[in-house]
Design a protein around this ligand. Structure first.
Ligand code: HEC
Length: 234
């Protein structure tokens, strides 16, 4: 089993291994969206923290993990507990302010859940104080300028490979920033701590597919919100 170097010497490893051994046969309720499992020809792990599907300069969709492990909420939370400090450290290396602080914000999901729309990675959704209305899931109207919603991610494969994935960020910019995004600025920061793409910024074409999918929710301020079964109100 391939274990990243930075995990190898931590006491958490034993915990992660025990959890994954159990995950193979777990009968507890899995925490994934429909369409989460299934196999694809692509490799399991992401070199340098992120891969795109389609041309790298203009991806068509997220790279999808070929063989994600199906975890229970407790398993997913426990693995995340062991990873989150390292994830924060890596994202912060990008120099992005949200990447450096998002783990101190409120988290709006009860446990990491498998997101089929974000490459079959396990994800968490955090929002800053200005974006508190995010927890009202559509009844708060448009979120104010300065709102930031950050979704971190990690990969767990059936083989037990555990790896930080990208940080996905949506930040509400002043009116007039971009009509097509509803003034949201999308960013992707890789699990290796690099800014891969940003609306109206470097690598903007790499986040166009984000806009296209989120546009389906134009009436809800381009937000999908945490799937109901994983929602918490911090
Ligand atoms: C195929 C559709 C799809 C694509 C492509 C997509 N998203 Fe999402 N996004 C969703 C859905 C559905 C949710 C809520 C459920 C979930 O977390 O999986 C969501 C949630 C989010 C959230 C939390 C805010 C919210 O809407 O509730 C952020 C931040 C986010 N996405 C950023 C991105 C970024 C950045 C990209 C591009 C790299 C991207 N998304 C691409 C469908 C998509």
């Amino acid at each position: 089993m391939a274990v990243p170097k930075w995990v190898q010497n931590t006491s958490r490893l034993a915990v992660v291994l025990a959890i994954l051994a159990g995950a193979q046969t777990a009968s507890s309720q899995p925490v994934t969206e429909p369409g989460f499992s299934g196999s694809e020809a692509s490799a399991a792990a992401e070199p340098r923290g992120y891969r795109f599907s389609g041309p790298p300069e203009r991806p068509r969709r997220h790279f999808r993990v070929s063989n994600p492990a199906i975890l229970s909420a407790a398993e997913a939370e426990s693995i995340y507990d062991g990873l989150k400090a390292e994830m924060a450290r890596r994202y912060a290396a990008s120099g992005d302010a949200a990447a450096a602080s998002y783990q101190g914000w409120a988290r709006f999901n009860t446990a990491p859940y498998g997101s089929s729309t974000h490459g079959r990675r396990y994800v968490n959704n955090y929002a800053n104080d200005i974006a508190r209305g995010y927890g009202k899931a559509g009844t708060a109207g448009r979120l104010p300028v300065g709102s930031i919603v950050a979704k971190d991610s990690f990969i767990v494969t059936e083989k037990g490979e555990v790896q930080p994935g990208p940080l996905y960020v949506m930040e509400k910019m002043p009116a007039g920033f971009s009509y097509v995004t509803g003034d949201w600025r999308y960013s992707v920061i890789t699990g290796a701590g690099e800014l891969a793409g940003r609306t109206e910024g470097p690598g903007a074409a790499r986040v166009e597919f984000c806009i296209a999918c989120h546009l389906a929710r134009e009436k809800e301020d381009h937000l999908f919100y945490v799937p109901e079964s994983f929602r918490s109100s911090p």
